[in-house]
Design a protein around this ligand. Sequence first.
Ligand code: PMP
Length: 406
Amino acid sequence: MKEQIDKIRTDFPILGTQVNKKPLVYFDNAATTQKPQIVIDTITEYYSKYNANIHRGVHFLSNFATEATEKAREVARKFINADAVEEIVFTSGTTESVNLVAFSFGETFIEKDDEIIVSEMEHHSNIVPWQMLCQRKGAILRVLPFNDAGELEIAKLPELINSKTKIISVAHVSNALGTINPIREIIKIAHKSNIPVFIDGAQAAQHITVDVKELDCDFYAFSGHKAYGPTGTGVLYGKKNILEKMTPYKGGGEMIAKVSFEKTTYNSLPFKFEAGTPNYIDTIALAKALDYITDLGLDKIYKYETELLEYATTELKKIDKLKIIGEANHKSSVISFIIDDIHPSDAGTLLDQMGIAIRTGTHCAEPVMQHFGISGTMRVSFAFYNTFEEIDYFVKSLCYVISILT
Ligand code: PMP
């Protein structure tokens, strides 16, 4: 992949731009990724030539857009190797996917005093919807802790499970620590007690090959905008037999079979969960993004990003007073760190003056910050279009920033 980088970078127009009169170094890929030209062009092309509301037309444009949307569903199915397109629900992102399942699964299966397990390293999106469900139903949220290296204390999972446990929801990869969690093991433990597992793949699907059949997870969610696709897109996978039993999330057009004032019946999967006019053009463009990364090869992407991660980790560790937060054995290309006496946002602002985009703060994972007794971190997160030269420039710039601030 290293040899292809120059060519790959030209596919992403924003990477050729300048910020504060310096070439952009974009190290905020865990927050959102940049878009290849094919994604940008698809959006323009569909609005220019093929736009009409889907699923309800008899005319050419509507049929064309409908067909493209359903082809996109097939692309998403293949991307995560789901059994059937009925199991692929398009959402606006991982946040909506968690909310959908927390509501619909919750309405159907959760009763007073039932228990839900999440981990201590979850993004707020994978905590708050479950808390809201607990409040609605009088259920209890249990938390699987992680150790100081940032690894889940998996040995404690069987102790947390009991006959009241109804679902377990964990991140595939932590956005704050970079940890790749042992989800296969979690799923196996959960399934021994017939407990379904929701995997938050927001930080995983664009970096690691995901095979939902092989994982045997019950739900898997990822966000389109983190996978080089448009904002406002997302994919929720759910096993057909569970989705079928779940009550709809939102009511409206398209999610119904028949409506009368006496009785409404619901549409088949996946449309039961897609009320209203969906974000079809962005979804069609998302499929182009998934095709793009599939063509590059997720195994190649993972290998190259791991090389970037290892190089950056080694270089950052040479910096005096810098501490990496999250040193799990198995990590994705995310590095959170703190530096003695330096406020993350001061460093982030100065790096921005040098054209370098990093993220600072709690990364929507306040419990992770509470675990370490810190108020926030600096975070760099790499994509396959990043380079070793960018890391060198970043490390040099960071050392300069430290010399100014201390
Ligand atoms: N889970 C994780 C692990 C995340 O990193 C994020 C986004 N930062 C989300 C969920 C929420 O994703 P979105 O904002 O795209 O809905």
